[in-house]
Structure formats: C-alpha cells, structure tokens
Design a protein around this ligand. Structure first.
Ligand code: NAP
Length: 267
C-alpha cells in the first residue's frame, strides 16, 4: 500500500482510506439501491481486510449513526495502527440532519467522539459542513475551538469537509486538511486541491466513486466518460491527481476493498 504524507501534519496515511458511512447508517444515503448495515461479524471482517491490505486511515463521523461506537469496539487493542478522522457539526437523528458549529457543540462533540472511539485523541477532526457554514463568519469560531482542542492534545490536526470551491479555498487559510469531492463527473474541487498542494495541506477525497453510482454507470457516469471499467478509472483519476493524500472509499465489502487496492497497484 502506498503511503503519503497528510500535508504538513506529520501524519503519513495509506493512499486508500476506509469510509464508514455504511458501517452505521442506512437512512438518508444516496447509494444506488440503498444500503444494509453490516452485522458485527461482517464489520470485523471488513476491518481485518482493511488492515491486511495495508489501509491505515479510517473516516467516520457522529452523523454516521453507530459508526464511531462500532469502530471504538472493533479497534480496541489495535488503536496505534490506525489514523482516525472524525467530524463535528452534524448530527443525524430520526432520519434528519441537524447542524451546530458553535464552540460548545464542537467541544462536546469531540469529547463524545473520543468516548465512543474509546481513545484519548484522534488524528484529525473535520468540520462536517452543511455547505453554509464554510462561507459564513461563524466558520472562524468553529476553527478557533478546533485550534484549542489541538493545543490541548485531543486532536492532532483539523480541517473541513466542504461543499463549495469557495469554502474549500477558505478552509486552506486556517486548516491542516480539507476533504473534498472528486470524481470523473465532479471536478470543481480540482482548484482547491491544486491550492492545497501549493500550501502543503492534506487532501482527503470523498465520493471518488460518486457514492457508488460510478460503479453502476449512473450519475452522469457515461456522459463523463467513466469508460468500460469505471471503478478503476475513477480510483486512478482521484489517486493520480497531484496534491491528493488519500482517497476515502466507502464500502462494506471486503471483496470490493481488495479489488480497489489491487486496481490502484496495492496488494
Ligand atoms: P464512494 O466512496 O464514492 O462510493 C461508495 C460506494 O461505492 C458504495 O456503495 C460501495 O458499495 C461502492 N463500491 C466501492 N468499491 C466498489 C467496487 N470495487 N465495485 C463496486 N462498487 C464499489 O462514496 P461515499 O461513501 O459517499 O464517500 C466515501 C466516504 O467519504 C464516505 O464513506 C465518508 O467516509 C466520506 N464522506 C464524507 C462526506 C462529508 O464529510 N460530507 C460526505 C460523503 C462522504 P459496496 O459497499 O457494495 O462496496
């Protein structure tokens, strides 16, 4: 597995990371055909496969249902081998998202994430943007609190998962890491990635497979030229984009995970 620096955080991460929306949430998702939350045995098998493939990076969030708590249970005893990214600002309850980016909410959310993940620090916390906060004055208050949590040693680095080019670019001014969307049908954030590279910031990619639509030829995949092997084309495009640190692929399938690592020249 190829390893890359996460900007100037001092962290080094696997070029493929494991996204865990599907580990804990089956409502309000845009995957083709929906999703089914894996059983404990399936989840453990997924984590073991990821480790065997050399994946070191796991992305989770409070808004991913039981994802954080399940990871906390499964990573017990192997915490040191994982780089954990979680988020703040979004809660998902009863099928509805609620957002609170205030300093108090950020602090409480990180403390709860540490408890759920059964750890005393996480390597990265991202602002789980609703698309509005990243372009609002309140964004600075959220970042101020993340800086304090970093100074306290509860988080090693921080950043924002953004929804607009302006929000991504703004994040680079004060953040260590950005998480942006990049796939063959969604290239707007290439500007953000190029700027991040200039400033030596970490770049995590979400939705590299267009939330699975690339694999089934949907979401404009044909028009965007995903080609005959859209998963391979999509992964290679994202991983080959200069400035990208890691591509976070959301899967609950050990078979797909292994295929993805093989297709990019890993195990
Ligand atoms: P994605 O990685 O683009 O696509 C995931 C989908 O692709 C899953 O349905 C998966 O199904 C399928 N897939 C994966 N490998 C495959 C293969 N080899 N062949 C066929 N299908 C394959 O989408 P995503 O989950 O939306 O995004 C990735 C991660 O980014 C998330 O899990 C999350 O960690 C993060 N994210 C963050 C935000 C945010 O912060 N706002 C938003 C979205 C996502 P199987 O399970 O069947 O493999």
């Amino acid at each position: 597995m190829e390893m890359r620096p996460l900007g100037s955080t001092g962290l080094v991460v696997s070029v493929i990371g494991l996204g865990t929306v599907k580990l804990g949430r089956d409502q309000g998702v845009k995957y083709p055909g929906g999703t089914r939350i894996p059983t404990d045995d399936e989840a453990r098998s997924l984590i073991k496969s990821a480790a065997d493939l050399g994946i070191t990076l796991i992305d989770t969030a409070p808004a991913y249902g039981t994802s954080e708590a399940r990871l906390g249970a499964m990573l017990a005893g192997q915490r040191e081998r994982w780089t954990i990214v979680t988020k703040v600002g979004e809660e998902f309850e009863g099928g509805v998202s609620r957002f609170d980016f205030s300093a108090a909410a950020v602090r409480a959310s990180v403390e709860r994430s540490l408890a759920r993940l059964r750890t005393d620090r996480v390597e990265c916390v991202l602002i789980h943007s609703d698309g509005v906060i990243e372009n609002s004055p309140g964004f600075d208050e959220t970042i101020d609190e993340l800086e304090k949590l970093k100074a306290r040693g509860l988080i090693r680095s921080f950043g924002a998962s953004t929804k607009s080019v302006s929000g991504g670019l703004r994040s680079l001014d004060r953040c260590d890491v950005v998480m942006v969307t990049l796939n063959l049908a969604a290239k707007d954030d290439l500007q953000v990635i190029a700027e991040a590279k200039k400033r030596n910031k970490g770049v995590l990619i979400k939705k590299a497979l267009a939330s699975g639509h690339a694999a089934v030829g949907g979401a404009g995949a044909g028009a965007a030229g995903f080609g005959p092997d859209p998963v391979v084309a999509s992964l290679r495009f994202a991983i080959g984009t200069p400035g990208v640190s890691s591509v976070i692929v959301g899967t609950t399938s050990p078979v797909h995970l292994a295929e993805n690592c093989r297709d990019i020249g890993g195990e």
